[in-house]
Ligand binder design. Structure first.
Ligand code: CP
Ligand code: NVA
Length: 345
């Protein structure tokens, strides 16, 4: 799984439903005082997932390691200083060797071609943990967070309870079509938003500087058009215009990992792109707009008032990295039925 463009909308929805379910059954399991304990699926029993990370990570790595434990398996962290890959060994040989010993590969790479090569030669499923082009697991967490906060966008929404083994759990709340604004760089996080949100009825309004380097590359835009997502995307350079009518405002770093040498130039080009109360007021966002950021965050992208304020959903969003990655690990590495459309927990 390289990008959410590889999955149909029902398949993505099924992953979210499963994430929400796993979260609800696992959280009580982790709290000693709770009486209701339903052990999550142990689909990774005796299995190992290799975490092949050539870049830093807090959320994705910790999510992966803790999720694998909950599913009864093990995650094996292999950083770029630990293994032969990239120095003494090719991605092709590495994929074959690791795939011979582990049952799944979760890989964070530099150039997207590196993960394509791993996937081509791996005998076991490969999941993208971030590449230069895509960040699929981030957008699953963002969508789960928005669904869980659906009542903020439709105050009359009532939570529906379902019963499993006489215990009560909530179904994934429905989300009305939203206007989602993204103010910032056209990078991996935005790219997976482009191929996903429109398929669930959400409109995207994006502001990034005019320069081609801050716009989606052809490889990404081709997937956007193929999925007919472009019909629900507005793209300009003015952040105020982008946030017009926005229910949700999103940004990401202006300097992605690997672009450190461009820092000065990028900071200059992104002047005026900081998300603030004033920007959203001037631009005419929905007065109840909410804020998302994949993290890690720098204050020049979003000020403290928004980031730590009541509009911010960034920490529930970070928490949800774990449950969505757990869902993917269960379906992709544990049960091998990620691509089914059937919506059952
Ligand atoms: N959002 C995200 O991917 O964070 P990490 O880089 O810390 O994993
Ligand atoms: N666009 C950022 C996302 C970090 C989670 C990066 O690639 O560094």
């Amino acid at each position: 799984l390289m990008t959410l463009a590889d999955l149909s909308a029902p398949q993505i929805h099924r992953i979210l439903v499963h994430s929400h379910y796993l979260k609800q059954i696992s959280l009580p399991w982790l709290q000693p005082g709770k009486l209701w304990k339903q052990k999550p699926s142990q689909s990774l029993d005796k299995k190992t997932v290799a975490l092949l990370f050539s870049k830093r990570s807090t959320r994705t790595r910790v999510s992966a390691e803790t999720a694998a434990t909950l599913l009864g398996g093990q995650a094996l962290f292999l950083g770029k200083e630990d293994i032969q890959l990239g120095v003494n060994e090719s991605p092709r040989d590495t994929a074959r060797v690791i795939g011979g010993m582990c049952q799944g590969i979760f890989a964070r790479v530099g150039d997207h071609s590196e993960i394509e090569e791993l996937a081509k030669y791996s005998p076991v499923p490969v999941l993208n943990a971030l590449s230069s082009l895509w960040h699929p697991t981030q957008i699953l967490a963002d969508l789960l967070t928005l669904h869980e906060h659906a009542h903020l966008f439709s105050p009359n929404n009532v939570t529906e309870y379902k019963s499993i083994d006489d215990k009560r759990w909530t179904a994934l709340p429905e989300l009305r079509p939203l206007t989602v604004a993204y103010v910032g760089d056209s990078a991996n996080v935005l790219h997976d938003m482009l191929v996903t949100y429109p398929r669930f009825g959400h409109s995207l309004r994006i502001a990034s500087p005019e320069n081609e380097r801050y716009r989606a590359p052809k490889a990404v835009w081709d997937r956007v058009v193929e999925l007919e997502c472009d019909k629900k995307i507005w793209w300009g350079a003015d952040p105020k215009e982008a946030v017009h009518g926005a229910d949700v405002v999103v940004t990401d770093t202006f300097i992605s990992m690997g672009q450190e040498a461009e820092k000065e130039e990028r900071l200059r080009d992104f002047q005026g792109y900081q998300v603030t109360e004033q920007l959203c007021k001037d631009g005419g966002a929905n007065p109840d707009w909410k804020f998302l950021h994949c993290l890690p965050r720098k204050p020049h992208e979003v000020d403290d008032e928004v980031f730590y304020g009541p509009r911010s959903l960034v920490f529930p969003e970070a928490d949800n990295r774990k449950w969505t990655i757990m869902s993917l690990f269960d379906l992709l590495f544990g049960k091998w039925n990620l691509h089914s459309d059937k919506i059952t927990p």
